[in-house]
Design a binder for this molecule. Structure first.
Ligand SMILES: NC(=O)c1ccc[n+]([C@@H]2O[C@H](COP(=O)([O-])OP(=O)(O)OC[C@H]3O[C@@H](n4cnc5c(N)ncnc54)[C@H](O)[C@@H]3O)[C@@H](O)[C@H]2O)c1
Length: 476
């Protein structure tokens, strides 16, 4: 179905998922159940700030409860509205199914410009919003578990976790009510970088298969590829940093709120991020050309385009001017359904959001499991652990020496046992494994089905198939 006018974000997600459902054997009733958003709660609350009451509007949307808890970030931005949170909640349902994290889909948002308020004010506003959501079990370890999204991070998650804990003092699993917390408040190593790291792993997996690379009219490996990034926040910064530092990519342009900077030889991502943090923009960054028209960077000649900021930035207005042969949707919904149609027809390969930015929810799942099990992941407190393990290895050696015919401990066992993985290593390898296996599930459909010519449809077919199976087994 080709939209006649630019669809909204929610309509875009619906058009794309409905297109996939049309290729599946689903009853109309089941398809409708999967399509609709179960509920959206709107709250308007007041906070006394600077001598007066300021009213804020927030949302928490639950798209599908075929698995519980439901999961999805909380966004702080002036652009937040019901359409947006419902679109994001639907994407969470499909994303979780694709990477096989056992959650339904949800999302929340608060209509606020965080830059308008100081830290103390932000804490009061966040805690009050969290209180409103906790009261209705829209934050709860077994029912609804938020995470960071645009405009929020570890700090906000710590305030939310603390608010829930104060309201539920006897809940031993209180820490599992939200993920993306600081490590000293029950978080997990590698969560902050997870979404950008996932983008890196996704591209590595894509470039592992020459047939896929050829479909994007590219050749070779990641090394030396020219990359344009929009948004140097949590996701964009980590993706750009890892791709340039570890995979030999050249980040030739970075677009931010105040414009874009270019350097054909490649930008120093760390230095740009420092500049952005100190000045609030990219303007004035040395060794680069500046253009106040940030969105124009999306139209540059490059190998890989990484939109990592907002939804709808590639739309029917600019889709025919996009020159990158490969686009990876690090942000949620950066390509509208109308633009998706144009890009597909032009042979541009899109690695879709529901897969590309799933690194965040994957590591959030590890954090949630860690909180619920109340055990540490991986090797910690190295010296004490190693001393204890060494005693055990010595004891095993002694027993074996006394047992005729029993082989001595292998070097492999000794090494693995004494120098097991740290939490960060475990998290990264679990994430890598998830990004690979999910890509392979998409790839199989992309390669094998004659009626599927893009990765987005392949991703939706895999994930909707799993959601449908889950509903069927529930007896619906
Ligand atoms: N944080 C996560 O773990 C996570 C997980 C999955 C998906 N996402 C998605 O990734 C996207 C970015 O999220 P984030 O967490 O990195 O947010 P963030 O707030 O950390 O960063 C967003 C960045 O985009 C920039 N930006 C805002 N408006 C812009 C514009 N018009 N042009 C260029 N840059 C602009 C901001 O200045 C900021 O640097 C969102 O779509 C979000 O839903 C985030």
């Amino acid at each position: 179905m080709k939209p006649l006018k630019e669809p909204s974000f929610r309509e875009s997600v619906e058009i794309m998922s409905t297109r996939a459902m049309g290729l599946m054997d689903l009853s109309p009733g089941l398809a409708e159940k999967i399509r609709v958003c179960n509920s959206t709660y709107t709250v308007r609350f007041g906070v006394k700030l600077r001598g007066d009451i300021v009213t804020f509007t927030g949302y928490r949307s639950v798209h599908s409860e075929h698995m519980e808890p439901v999961k999805g970030g909380i966004r702080f931005s002036m652009g937040v509205n019901q359409d947006e949170v419902e679109a994001l909640a639907a994407l969470m349902t499909f994303k979780c199914a694709l990477v096989e994290t056992p959650f339904g889909g949800s999302k929340g948002g608060l209509c606020i410009n965080p830059r308008d308020w100081n830290d103390e004010e932000m804490e009061r506003i966040t805690r009050r919003f969290a209180y409103e959501l906790c009261k209705r079990d829209l934050i709860n370890p077994s029912q609804n578990v938020p995470a960071p999204d645009m405009g929020t991070g570890e700090r906000e998650m710590a305030w939310i976790a603390d608010t829930y804990r104060r309201m539920n003092t006897t809940d031993i699993n209180a820490r599992a009510c939200v993920t993306g917390k600081p490590q000293n408040a029950g978080g997990i190593a590698g969560r902050v970088e997870a979404t950008g790291r996932g983008v890196q792993y996704a591209l590595r997996e894509f470039f592992r298969e020459p047939a896929d690379v050829a479909k994007a009219n590219l050749t070779g490996k990641l090394d030396g590829k020219k990359v344009v990034v929009q948004g140097l926040g949590n996701v964009g910064y980590h993706a750009a940093k890892f791709l340039s530092e570890q995979d030999g990519c050249k980040i030739i342009a970075i677009a931010e709120r105040d414009g874009a900077i270019f350097n054909e030889e490649g930008l120093d991502v760390e230095a740009v991020r420092d500049h952005l943090m100190t000045t609030g923009g990219v303007k004035g960054f040395p060794d680069a050309t500046y253009d106040p028209n940030g969105p124009a960077a999306l139209e540059l000649e490059c190998d890989i385009l990484v939109p990592a900021a907002l939804e709808g930035v590639i739309n029917m207005g600019n889709a025919d001017r996009i020159k990158a042969p490969l686009v990876i949707e690090a942000a949620n919904g950066p390509i509208t359904a109308g633009a998706d149609d144009v890009l597909r027809k032009r042979g541009i390969v899109i690695i879709p959001d529901l897969y590309a930015n799933a690194g965040g929810v994957t590591v959030s799942y590890f954090e949630w499991v860690k909180n619920l099990t109340h055990i540490r992941f991986g090797r910690m407190e190295r010296r004490r652990e190693e001393a204890r393990h060494q005693l055990l290895v010595d004891e095993l050696d002694r027993i074996r020496a006394d047992a005729p015919g029993v082989a001595p401990l292998s070097d492999f066992f000794r090494k693995e046992y004494l120098h097991g993985a740290t939490e960060l290593e475990l998290v990264r390898s679990g994430l890598d494994d998830t990004m690979r296996s999910s890509f392979q599930a998409m790839r199989e459909v992309w390669h094998d089905r004659a009626d599927v010519d893009d990765l987005r449809m392949a991703a939706y077919l895999v994930s909707i198939g799993r959601v449908a199976a889950s509903y069927r087994s529930l007896g619906l």
